[in-house]
Design a protein around this ligand. Structure first.
Ligand SMILES: Nc1ncnc2c1ncn2[C@@H]1O[C@H](COP(=O)(O)OP(=O)(O)OP(=O)(O)O)[C@@H](O)[C@H]1O
Ligand SMILES: [Mg+2]
Length: 458
């Protein structure tokens, strides 16, 4: 049972709060002045209150004095909050601000609405529970920074089950899901838990390379196979021998390359480009796509036989908007991960900001959420993140220039670079709140160069 200490010099207020909170299953103790609060906070674990609701105005020590003294205790992490919610008179927002700066968790204004009091308290305990989970995750994070997947939603539970089932098998897995849902993260975890983890994890982004290069990238080439092939070169498949090859954005592969890949998967052998020597490999294959591959098959852009070869085990990562329950936990996790400075305690987040994030659709999924938190931490200088620190309209929300696709569409290099440049300029502008001088210096160019380039691309 959670222990709440109600501190007010007015006995009738203590009585009202006691009735309200006891009905909700809290264990209540009372304090009539500041000295009693300090004594209670200094008590041993087990008898100490989990939360204090305290009036600012009390006869001996004010709530502000109590916060100051409780906050000055040695060994407290600087910037961390106290388990104290303060009650202030309506219209004294400066007192509330001071209380928060001194480490109060939240404040309630008097006269109060009982529902509001209850919600604030429940929110406190929910936040604490999340914090505990994140602490536990952070311990895991220290051990293995690349292998932490956050999320408790039913949808993610399904994902964990599948990961668990295929972890130790060396089955071929196709991971699908929108951009930023964690496909690469899952691929890394699958590799690390398989018997192929003794070998390397070799990643190939199939969208990043034009067709001819992709082939030699995958299979290697012999000396003189094409102009520029001055030496024999091993491909990714050979490098991944005894390990895992991760074929990212496999849906972007041309039909010709798909045919060659199919053969490798069937025979486990291939020839380098321009060669006739058969190379044998023992490699586990994990692939990923943000396309709906069965649709690509139906439309004739992806070979059906290859699809079945890759899709032995299907792992679908749901978009964040379909598992909003996970958002608070992810937010707390990224707050822990991206501190304002290395030594500072995590930023905190206002309820409004959290509500806005839970309501947002996240086209860039977890990656976008992480970027937004990282940026908000900087903007709020490690303090409390409010809605004004969140940018739901920034460049993150627009589709990034998909270079692989554009090359395949035959976009000229000039046009492609102009798009990339436009995106960089806009991104810099949005990161500096429209300040062109700051945006220019962020990009390492003069303000004049920035203006000229901006005029050209926009
Ligand atoms: N469930 C999660 N918990 C913690 N971090 C996550 C989670 N999902 C994604 N991330 C993080 O979000 C970022 C994007 O994830 P990842 O690169 O795996 O996405 P992706 O699905 O491969 O995206 P894309 O299709 O754009 O390549 C990474 O930094 C990753 O660590
Ligand atoms: Mg990826």
């Amino acid at each position: 049972m959670q222990r709440v200490l109600v501190a007010d010099d007015d006995g009738s207020i203590r009585g009202v709060l006691r009735d309200l909170l006891e009905d909700e299953g809290f264990e209540i103790t009372e304090a009539a002045n500041g000295a009693e609060v300090l004594t209670a906070l200094a008590a041993a674990n087990g008898t100490r209150p989990d939360l204090v609701i305290m009036d600012v105005r009390m006869p001996d020590k004010s709530g502000i004095d109590v916060l100051r003294e409780a906050g000055a205790k040695p060994g407290r992490e600087p910037g961390s909050h106290l388990p104290i919610i303060i009650m202030t008179a309506y219209g004294t927002s400066n007192v509330a601000i001071e209380a928060i700066q001194l480490g109060a968790y939240d404040y309630i204004t008097k006269p109060f609405d009982l529902d509001h009091v209850l919600v604030t308290i429940q929110r406190y305990f929910e936040r604490q529970a999340l914090d505990d989970q994140v602490q536990e995750l952070a311990t895991r994070l220290d051990r293995d920074p690349n292998e932490v997947i956050i999320g408790n939603s039913t949808a993610m539970q399904e994902v964990y089950k599948t990961i668990g089932r295929v972890a130790r098998s060396d089955a071929t897995v196709l991971i699908s899901g929108e951009t930023g849902t964690g496909k690469e993260l899952v691929a890394t975890i699958l590799h690390n838990s398989s018997s192929y983890s003794r070998g390397p994890l070799i990643k190939v982004n199939c969208a990043a390379l034009p067709e001819t290069l992709l082939e030699s990238e995958l299979f290697g080439h012999e000396k003189g196979a094409f102009t520029g092939a001055v030496n024999q070169r091993k491909g990714r498949f050979e490098m991944a021998n005894k390990g895992t090859i991760f074929l990212d954005e496999v849906g972007e592969m041309s039909l010709a390359t798909q045919k060659k890949l199919l053969r490798v998967l069937q025979e486990r052998e291939f020839e380098r480009v321009g060669g006739s020597v058969l190379v044998k490999v023992d490699t586990r294959v994990i692939s990923a796509t943000n396309k709906i591959l069965p649709q690509e098959v139906a439309d004739g852009r992806f070979r059906e036989d290859l699809f079945y070869r890759l899709n032995v085990i299907a792992l679908y990562l749901p978009p964040l908007r379909d598992r909003r329950d996970d958002i608070p936990l992810l937010v707390e996790y990224f707050l822990q991960k991206h501190r304002y400075t290395a030594g500072s305690s995590p930023s905190r987040i206002s309820q409004d900001a959290m509500t806005a994030m839970i309501g947002f659709d996240w086209p860039g999924n977890v990656r976008q959420l992480e970027n937004m938190i990282e940026r908000a931490t900087v903007l709020s200088q490690g303090g409390v993140i409010t809605e004004e620190h969140l940018d739901f309209t920034g460049a993150d929300n627009r589709r990034f220039v998909d270079i692989g696709q554009r090359v395949r569409q035959g976009t000229s290099l000039t046009d492609l670079l102009a798009d990339v440049e436009g995106q960089a300029l806009n991104q810099a502008l949005s990161q500096t709140d429209g300040d062109r001088q700051a945006a220019a210096s962020l990009l390492g160019i003069t303000t004049k160069q920035f203006q000229d380039r901006y005029a050209k691309v926009s």
